[in-house]
Ligand binder design. Structure first.
Ligand code: ZN
Length: 285
């Protein structure tokens, strides 16, 4: 297997095969050396990648067929979920925000996590979509320098930062965390791809379609603060732990920034794709 892709099926950590059509139970294939708990795998990421790289042809051919609808959240119990607001220049302009001089940070609470293809239950008339590149921490720590930051990243995946704009902007100044933490508003996945294996990890193509229409399309190198800077900044304040999740911000094209505005409606399908990382498909109900 060329690179480790960690997913979650039936509550157990699995490798996704190179063909992306099968999965292999991590605890079983490692002879019990690795845990079936995805969160434990992030604490032991170097070993996880070693086992993935050394899988035999026989291991690969023992894979079970992957049903995308059975994939669960690959990071089920992160201690912290950080998210960065206004981290793409064109998005700052559409939301009438000045460019931040340091990362603008909020949290999405753990109880809002969703599976990669989970339904999103809309609340009110102003729920919005935000495609985001998401980083998962392997080795934690404090005061991690930007130059060492990639060494602390397990992998990257796709995220949706579904946002209830009415709740987010209910007061002045606005508050972000609760408006982005309704049940199911944090789909992540479809699996975590080992960051070290991604030669293009600093510049990935990201697209968000709503019911087939392209709403957001960017290269992730348009970020104001890139992943190493974000990790350095966060770890200068908060200790980071294995399995922590970092949403890195959304590009322009969100519903609230369009003329006319385009919020999510029941029946919409949000399709979020990042090059080399996969696609989330979330139906709105
Ligand atoms: Zn966001």
């Amino acid at each position: 297997m060329a690179s480790a892709r960690l997913g979650c099926v039936d509550g157990r950590a699995v490798f996704i095969t190179t063909s992306l059509t099968g999965y292999i139970d991590i605890e079983k294939v490692s002879g019990g050396k690795l845990s079936s708990d995805p969160m434990a795998c992030f604490e032991n990421w170097v070993e996880v990648c070693k086992v993935a790289t050394n899988l035999s042809q026989a291991d690969e051919s023992s894979a079970l067929a992957l049903d995308a609808n059975k994939l669960e959240c690959p990071v089920p119990r992160p201690r912290q979920i950080f998210a960065i607001g206004i981290n793409y220049k064109a998005h700052a302009a559409e939301m009438n925000n000045p460019l931040p001089t340091q990362p603008l940070v909020f949290t999405k609470f753990q109880s809002s996590l969703n599976s990669p293809n989970g339904a999103v239950t809309l609340v009110g008339e102003k729920c919005d979509f935000e495609a985001e590149l998401v980083a998962i921490i392997a080795k934690g720590g404090r005061n991690i320098s930007a130059s060492e930051a990639w060494g602390h990243v397990a992998g990257l995946c796709v995220g949706q930062d579904v946002s209830d704009r009415a709740l987010q902007y209910a007061n002045t100044p606005p508050q972000f965390s609760l408006g982005k933490s309704r049940a199911g508003f944090t789909p992540i996945g479809p699996w975590i791809t080992d960051a070290a294996s991604l030669t293009t990890r600093g510049n990935l193509e990201m697209t968000c379609r709503v019911s087939g229409e392209i709403m957001q399309h960017t290269q992730t190198d348009d970020m104001i603060f890139e992943i190493p800077e974000i990790i350095s900044y966060l770890s200068s304040i908060c200790e980071l732990f294995p399995g922590d999740v970092i949403y890195t911000g959304t590009p322009s094209g969100v519903g609230a920034g369009r003329t006319p505005q385009r919020f999510l409606r029941a029946g919409d399908v949000i399709e979020t794709t990042i090059q080399d990382l996969g696609t989330l498909i979330n139906k709105c109900i």
